[in-house]
Ligand binder design. Sequence first.
Ligand SMILES: [Zn+2]
Length: 250
Amino acid sequence: MPIIFFISGLIIGSFLNAAIYRLWTGQGIVYERSICPHCKHVLSAWDLVPVFSYLFLGGRCRYCRKRISWQYPLIELVTATCFVLLAQNFQFSISNIQFWFQLVFICFFIVIAVFDLKHYLILDKILLPGSVLALIYAIYTHHLPQGLVGILIISGFFALQYFISKGRWIGFGDVKLGIFLGLIFGIGQGIILLFLSYLVGALVGVALIAADQKEMGSKLPFGTFLTFCGIIMLLYGKEILSFYLQLIGF
Ligand SMILES: [Zn+2]
């Protein structure tokens, strides 16, 4: 059973790659044929087998031999792994609608994370449908009130920073992303998500400064940390929350 989720994850991951690329170039996401970004050759089905085509072609385009980014197989593998881990959380029972909601949220998170990392941008085109879906999810799981407070906490926190710093510390995209995340995670998990994101952000920041890649105060894609930690929270949120509550003595 896990293998089915893994293979579906590889295929969806390959679709997410295309979506990330086309959201940037402005092409249609679903109907257009895939092309090589270098030579624009239309790719055949054999060029598009997730991970395997990349390995088989040695990470190069079949037609122009230019390098293909390792982002492609990596995202396919990450998506596949997330699918298996999430399905495991639900004991591989796909009749649970919450599973499908969370699966779609993971896909949204992957797209937002990679897109913000590459372009320092969180698109409304992604946030809007995501937030509508998160609203339906909050209503369906009867945690809409918590979701709304979650928005106040996450978006409110970012909005405050945005206005104090006049957009230097954080982008307005993060404020909007807080709506999507607040609805999904509510209060407890929402606060932990914030903590976790700042922790990961700080670690990455320190590592980059140590490696001389960034200067103190230079820009980091915070949406990437938030959605990366969002995936962790979707997969392990309950465990992390109870660990944290134990830690502070509840
Ligand atoms: Zn090519």
